[in-house]
Design a protein around this ligand. Sequence first.
Ligand SMILES: Nc1ncnc2c1ncn2[C@@H]1O[C@H](COP(=O)(O)OP(=O)(O)OP(=O)(O)O)[C@@H](O)[C@H]1O
Length: 233
Amino acid sequence: MLDVNGLNTFYGRAHILHDVSLSVSRGEVIALLGRNGAGKSTTMKTVMGLVRPQSGTVRFRDTALQNRPAFAVCREGIGYVPEERRIFADLTVLENLEVGRRPPRDDAPQWSEEKLFALFPNLAERRHNLGGHMSGGEQQMLTIARTLMGNPLMILLDEPSEGIAPVIVEQMAKTIMALKSEGLTVLLSEQNLHFARAVADRAYIIEKGTIRYDGTMSELEAHPEVREKYLAL
Ligand SMILES: Nc1ncnc2c1ncn2[C@@H]1O[C@H](COP(=O)(O)OP(=O)(O)OP(=O)(O)O)[C@@H](O)[C@H]1O
């Protein structure tokens, strides 16, 4: 569904991504693993058209996306949840969701507020609360829920477990599994191998902007030396 090939991305003169290639098939949950500063966010931003690659291609269902602006990438059906949660602090939970509403697509799971409240019970209880009054974990859930209101075919989640309480991390893993069972395709970035283990089918490991490893989660289990070399354990 998503095919990224040979991406080279620079910030100014700093060469950040080196020939990054990865692919995600329909219905898969794929983890992009790596330590702080390895290039996970830059990979996502490049796919989303927020940062322009100097070379390489991004194809989504046979449409070339490289060098397309972010709004066009969203319109093709890719939703993006950045690391810094971007909720509207002075809108209620319901209003935040309404902002994300886009027309349904025939070939993507369709979401309504009620369906999302079933998936995120914490948000249901607080539907009339202001976004700014929610905890970090709830804001993270709200950002994901608002992205789903756009009825995407695929979502990119940048470090969904970062900076949230352990009990919410567990809920987050369950939510991602529920999204997968709805047929949504997911690419998530993580430093937390434990979280990735719980949700992902396959993983890529990135270090210094280079993909060092790819394989199924069980293959990664069988290679402790890879985990030790490239991941925070
Ligand atoms: N806007 C920017 N300008 C210059 N350098 C940047 C910029 N954003 C990120 N970098 C650098 O690019 C490299 C990759 O950063 P990136 O944010 O993609 O890493 P990451 O794997 O997502 O890690 P993190 O968990 O810290 O976000 C780092 O060395 C970082 O310092």
